[in-house]
Ligand binder design. Structure first.
Ligand code: FAD
Length: 474
């Protein structure tokens, strides 16, 4: 039997598409570039999805209305978002969880410490890995044909219509196709080109680490752009976090995050502070620090805390550099000791004591130092002292393919009638820049499900046409 729907990719968006298509009666094949043990892409690293709800719902407390979700998105993107598609994503996030449960996903309330997200984000029991495994199990049971080690290099496209995909020398044809092969964050050469050279002659991207899968090389994205598919987004926009500089190049995941920035100060390799560490709650600011560190010389910085901060943040997996005195700490970090002490002394002197409270935007701030620290500013004066070296960690890139509410790929403004896109490959339609936690999975789930349904419908229509033609000539 021929394939009705070919799904390219093996993460959340691809699996949602495959499951919806097979539920709609289509024959489905899914091509995952990774081997089975690495299947699932970045989705395997996730923990939660952001959900709208008008009243408490199972694991979600209070309410998180469409309007509030929309305003959050509007704020972080600075308006670079498609309101229609954003609202579609938001509404879909309120109704998807029963369907997810039917395919084996379980939810749990957030662990204590994840303060601000109990209202807005539904956590996956067992994390993204369990979600991906549940979807693969369900897909297999429903008859989706899954192939691993199957990276697609190119597509045959005829006048905006999908014809076939190529994996090495093998040609795979199908009535319709869903592209859900992630961003290009794992392609360091492309990141290098996008970020270019800085004023010091450095190539900043050479020092980036990739938080997720090594398989999102952007091969299909590049190919589709070269084929004339309409692009969306900017190649330098990405979700970027400051992560432990010792993290591996790929797949370090969430445990490499350094979460003590707002409790201390951050200095660059020249021992200078460069940004307000206490601007806002950490969950609202963690995703800007990757970009901030990327703009520093050597793309490396040091998060410095004293003993007062210990126990107030999720400890990193690996211990930091520890010293009894600040000059000793600077020495151990190979920073210029006198500049470091000048920076720390200036900061300490500028701290205006208030009532320290890390759970609110408190009144502990600096006066007369630049950059200011506007909340949680307390002198760093109680040994032992600790430092964590951080580097930019890319989560996912935002350059993608433009789409509409049918998830169709568009060529010169005309939607394809059998080629669809979902997940990171189109997230830039909703996220022009910035990020609000959990929205990546909301976008992938909403558009994966739409793309799968549309692809199944389109294949049924073309099957009908074929039957009609066959009937007419017999
Ligand atoms: C450490 C980390 C934590 C995160 N935490 C969260 C979170 O808690 N909540 C949230 O909403 N988002 C989170 N994200 C972002 C989230 O992972 C993405 O938004 C989401 O997973 C995107 O889903 P996707 O299916 O589009 O891409 P992916 O899950 O990355 O899947 C892409 C798939 O395509 C495959 N592929 C790539 N190229 C090809 C090719 N040429 N041929 C065939 N297959 C190919 C890959 O192998 C992979 O299986 C996190 C990301 C990371 C890295």
């Amino acid at each position: 039997m021929g394939i009705d729907v070919l799904v390219i990719g093996g993460g959340n968006a691809a699996l949602c598409a495959a499951l919806m298509a097979v539920e709609a009666g289509a024959s489905v094949m899914l091509l995952e570039a990774a081997p089975r043990e690495w299947r699932g892409g970045n989705s395997g690293h996730t923990r939660n999805l952001r959900c709208m709800h008008d009243a408490p719902q199972d694991v979600l407390v209070d309410a998180y209305t469409e309007e509030e979700f929309w305003q959050d998105l509007l704020k972080v993107t600075g308006g670079i978002t498609n309101e229609k598609l954003a609202r579609l994503t938001i509404r879909a996030s309120s109704t998807c969880r029963d369907w997810m449960r039917r395919h084996g996903v379980h939810f749990q309330p957030p662990l204590s410490g994840a303060l601000h997200v109990a209202r807005t984000n539904a956590f996956f029991m067992g994390g993204g890995k369990a979600l991906v495994n549940a979807y693969y199990r369900s897909a297999e049971k429903l008859g989706v044909k899954i192939r691993y080690n199957a990276p697609v290099q190119r597509l045959e496209i005829d006048n905006g219509r999908f014809v076939a995909a190529w994996v090495g020398d093998e040609r795979i044809s199908a009535s319709t196709c869903v592209l859900a092969a992630g961003g290009f964050e794992s392609n360091r050469e492309w990141l290098r080109q996008a970020w270019g050279q800085n004023a010091q002659g450095e190539w900043p991207a050479d020092n980036f680490l990739i938080r997720g899968t090594r398989f999102n090389q952007g091969v299909l994205l590049k190919h589709m752009l070269a084929q004339g598919a309409d692009p969306i987004g900017d190649a330098t926009q990405a979700h970027m976090v400051a992560i432990d500089a010792r993290a591996p190049l790929y797949d370090g995941g969430i445990c490499t995050r350094i979460d003590c920035v707002s409790l201390g100060v951050v200095v660059n390799t020249q021992a200078q502070r460069f940004y307000d560490e206490g601007e806002d709650f950490w969950p609202k600011r963690y995703a800007i620090w990757g970009r901030l560190v990327a703009q520093q010389p050597g793309q490396t910085a040091y998060s410095i805390i004293d003993s007062k901060a210990i126990g107030r943040f999720m400890p990193p997996v690996f211990e930091g550099v520890k010293a009894a005195t600040l000059p000793e700490l600077a020495h151990k970090l190979s920073l210029d000791v006198s500049t470091f002490m000048q920076t720390l002394n200036d900061y300490n002197r500028a701290c205006r004591a208030g009532t320290f409270d890390h759970t609110v935007l408190d009144d502990c701030h600096t006066q007369g130092v630049s950059p200011a620290k506007t909340h949680w500013a307390r002198p760093i004066d109680t040994g032992p002292f600790y430092a964590y070296a951080v580097r930019p960690g890319v989560t996912f890139t935002y350059l993608g393919l433009e789409t509409d509410d049918t998830a169709a790929v568009r060529f010169g403004g005309v939607p394809s009638d059998n080629l669809f896109v979902a997940g990171e490959m189109m997230a830039g339609n909703v996220l022009g820049k910035g990020y609000t936690a959990g929205v990546g999975m909301s976008i992938g789930t909403a558009f994966g499900r739409i793309a799968g349904t549309q692809a199944a419908l389109a294949s049924r229509a073309s099957r009908g046409k074929r039957t009609l033609q066959a009937g007419g000539t017999a």
